[in-house]
Ligand binder design. Structure first.
Ligand SMILES: [Zn+2]
Length: 141
């Protein structure tokens, strides 16, 4: 199964444990701990042992944090999402080339930080799916 390496790392560091110490407490090999913190791949048995050692559930270690939840600018968790999706009509094709639908509309969800005002947009899954075919978008490296 797949755990979130960042969650495991944070949970260990919150306890001020080294990887060695976590290995002892969980009964897992040090190499297993290292692999899980690197790529998140763990057997169900390892995940259970790890979660128990960290006093968490397997779900706690496996759930991705909602990408909307914290502000990438200031780190605040006081973040608000618009309750629904905004239909963008005119201009959608200019702003989101290749991701619009019929009549060139796109659905976006605005998310604003209550502290610094950083405004982000998340596009709807239907628009996101079109990204695979849209050649205008380059992977950020
Ligand atoms: Zn912010």
């Amino acid at each position: 199964m797949k755990l979130q390496p960042k969650r495991v790392l944070e949970a260990r560091q919150q306890r001020s444990w080294t990887q060695d110490e976590l290995a002892v407490v969980s009964g897992l090999h040090l190499r297993t701990i290292q692999r899980i913190e690197r790529d998140g791949v763990a057997s169900l048995q390892s995940a259970k042992a790890l979660a128990a050692a960290l006093d968490l559930t397997v779900q706690d270690l496996g759930t991705k944090e909602n990408p909307m939840k914290s502000c990438p600018e200031c780190g605040s968790s006081e973040v608000y999402r618009y309750d629904g999706e905004v239909q963008m009509y005119g201009g959608a094709e200019d702003l989101l080339p290749g991701l619009g639908g019929m009549l060139s509309s796109s659905e976006v969800c605005p998310v604003v930080c209550g502290e610094c005002g950083r405004l982000r947009f998340f596009i709807a899954p239907t628009s996101l799916a079109k990204r695979k075919r849209a050649t205008q978008w380059k992977l950020v490296e």
